[in-house]
Design a protein around this ligand. Structure first.
Ligand code: ATP
Ligand code: MG
Length: 244
C-alpha cells in the first residue's frame, strides 16, 4: 500500500514558535485523523496559520516535533512534506496568472510526481468535484474571486493528498458561496478520503461541517472537542465567540 493510501494522522507535540519576542505558538499539541474534518478557530493572531506553516514545513518550530503518520517530519522541506501526502492552501490565493484553470490545477499534480498524462486525468477529476470542469480553458486570472479560491483548492487536491489543510477557504466569499464551499469540502473528504483541516472565522459554517474543533487563543489551545462541546465551553465563549 502506498503511503498516501494508508490510514493515519498528522500530529504535533509541544510546538513553540517565536517571532522577535512574540510567542506565536505556545506549547501546542495537534492531531488530525485521516477519517475526520477538523476545524481550527480562534481570534486574529491566535496562531492558526503559523500552526499550519509548522505542519507543512514552511515554519521550523523553535521546539516541538511534527509527524506524518509514523514518520517525523519536523525538519522536512515543504516540498518533501507535500510529496508525502500533506497538501495545503494559503490564506491569500496564489495562482499562476496567465495560465488556464486546467494548467493551474495540473501544476499541482505534476509538481507532486504525476506524469503529464496522469496529471491531466487527475486535474479533470478534481475539477469535476469542484465544479470547475467547464472553466478548464478559461484564464485563471480572468475569473471572479470565489472561483479563484476553488482553483487553489483544486490544485492542492490534484496532488492526491492524504491530508488537506485549508486556510480560510471561504474568506471573501458571500454567505451562499461560503455555504456551498462547505458542502464541497464535505464531498472532498468523502470522495477523496483525505483528512481535512479547515481554518474559518464563520463559526456557524465550522460547526456544521466539522467532526472536531480545536480552538487557539494567543498561541495556546484553549479547547478541543466536538462542535457542541466547544460551543458550550466558557473559555471559548469568552475569548472568541463573545455573545454568539
Ligand atoms: N513571519 C512573521 N513574523 C513576525 N510575526 C509573525 C509572523 N507570522 C505571524 N506572526 C505573528 O504571529 C501571531 C500569529 O499569527 P498567525 O498568522 O498564525 O495568526 P492567525 O491565527 O492565522 O490569524 P488570522 O486569523 O488573522 O489569520 C500574530 O501575532 C502575527 O502577527
Ligand atoms: Mg491566519
Amino acid at each position: 500500500m502506498s503511503e498516501q493510501a494508508a490510514p493515519g494522522r498528522v500530529s504535533a507535540r509541544n510546538v513553540f514558535v517565536h517571532f522577535e519576542g512574540l510567542t506565536a505558538i505556545n506549547d501546542v499539541d495537534f492531531v488530525l485523523h485521516r477519517a475526520e474534518i477538523l476545524g481550527l478557530i480562534g481570534p486574529n493572531g491566535a496562531g492558526k496559520t503559523t500552526l499550519v506553516n509548522v505542519l507543512t514545513g514552511f515554519q521550523r518550530p523553535a521546539a516541538g516535533r511534527v509527524w506524518l503518520n509514523e514518520r517525523e517530519t519536523t525538519t522536512w522541506s515543504p516540498h518533501r512534506i507535500a510529496r508525502a501526502g500533506l497538501a495545503r492552501t494559503f490564506q491569500s490565493v496564489r495562482l499562476f496568472h496567465g495560465l488556464s484553470v486546467l494548467e493551474n490545477v495540473e501544476m499541482g499534480a505534476v509538481g507532486c510526481g504525476d506524469g503529464r498524462r496522469a496529471g491531466r486525468r487527475k486535474a479533470y477529476e478534481v475539477m469535476a468535484t469542484l465544479a470547475l470542469a467547464e472553466l478548464a480553458d478559461a484564464r485563471a486570472d480572468a475569473l471572479p474571486y470565489g472561483l479563484e479560491r476553488r482553483i487553489g483548492i483544486a490544485r492542492a487536491l490534484a496532488t492526491s493528498p492524504a491530508f488537506l489543510l485549508l486556510d480560510e477557504p471561504a474568506a471573501g466569499l458571500n454567505e451562499a458561496e461560503a455555504e456551498d464551499l462547505m458542502h464541497t469540502i464535505a464531498s472532498i473528504h468523502r470522495d477523496f478520503g483525505c483528512g481535512v483541516l479547515v481554518i474559518e472565522h464563520n463559526v456557524g459554517l465550522i460547526m456544521g461541517l466539522c467532526d472536531r474543533v480545536q480552538v487557539l487563543d494567543q498561541g495556546q489551545t484553549i479547547a478541543i472537542g466536538t462542535p457542541e462541546e466547544v460551543q458550550r465551553n466558557p473559555a471559548v465563549r469568552n475569548a472568541y465567540l463573545g455573545s454568539a
